[in-house]
Write a protein that binds this ligand. Structure first.
Ligand SMILES: [Zn+2]
Length: 257
């Protein structure tokens, strides 16, 4: 049986809410209020946006400029690429501000004589968690263009944009951030120490921000192969790029390819 979603109206303006399967926080397309579906009421999480600046009218020239830029790309890329698809998405992101403190004990054994080590690793983070469960978006590497951050308003979206609601509420995002920050501390300590006999982490979660950022998901073709490209919808910078190998035509024969 297909999933039937209840018809819901915005508790703030009464407008119909566009709810997709899996959504947890739904942003009203009329007034911009956030509704927590688990609670069914207006949600007072601070909501910001990095407004998209590259719309349908300018993306093609931004892509063309990207193809011709940089010495790592094939010289004929800007001439020979073919655009297969492009979609502007508005992605939900949580930014969890926390201080993470790990007390540890362990040993360095790589030098022969085991040398005990103990101490405290304490760092402050603005940890990013994507509010979507399946996305090719590289959240960890993504540099949020924070200088362009504004209060969320529905009028700041551009026509044709695919607006994605968050599939998790704040508490789940914080849990994911805690797990990832703890794993990051373990990673940092395991680089220095060969054994860890004690590893205790405490979190001071200060603030969580809810933010929508924009990205163009692009697929293009070059020499018969498909490549993916993600460009920041506000700045046009690379977020993630598959780049064809340079000089393949030149050395392909020599390498037996
Ligand atoms: Zn509304």
């Amino acid at each position: 049986m297909p999933e039937i979603l209840q018809k819901l109206n915005c508790p703030d303006c009464g407008g119909p809410l566009k709810v997709q399967a899996g959504d947890a926080i739904v942003t009203c397309g009329y007034c911009g209020s956030d509704v927590n579906l688990a609670v069914g009421s207006k949600y007072f999480l601070k909501h910001s946006i990095i407004p998209p600046r590259i719309g349908q009218d300018s993306i093609d020239s931004v892509i063309k400029a990207w193809m011709g830029r940089g010495f790592l790309k094939p010289d004929d890329l800007a001439r020979k690429y073919k655009l297969v698809s492009r979609e502007l998405q508005m992605l939900p992101l949580f930014i969890v501000n926390a201080t993470v403190r790990t007390e540890y004990e362990g040993e360095i054994t790589r030098t022969g004589q085991p040398a005990p080590r103990s101490g405290v690793l304490e760092k402050e983070y603005y940890w990013k968690v994507l509010g979507r469960r399946a996305s090719a978006f590289p959240t960890r590497e993504y540099q949020v263009p924070l200088a362009a951050k504004e209060d969320f308003e529905i009028s700041k979206l551009v026509p044709g944009i695919k607006f994605l609601n968050s599939e998790m509420a704040e508490d789940e995002a914080i849990n994911i951030a805690r797990q990832e920050m703890e794993a990051h501390h373990r990673f940092l300590l395991e680089k220095e120490l060969d054994t860890l006999s004690r590893f205790e982490t405490k979190f001071d979660i200060r603030n969580t921000e809810f933010l929508h950022v924009s990205a163009w998901f692009i697929t293009y073709q070059y020499n018969g192969k498909l490549y993916n490209l993600i460009l920041d919808g506000a700045t046009g910078d690379d977020v993630k790029a598959d780049i064809p190998q340079k000089g393949k035509g030149l050395f392909g024969g020599l390498l037996g390819g």
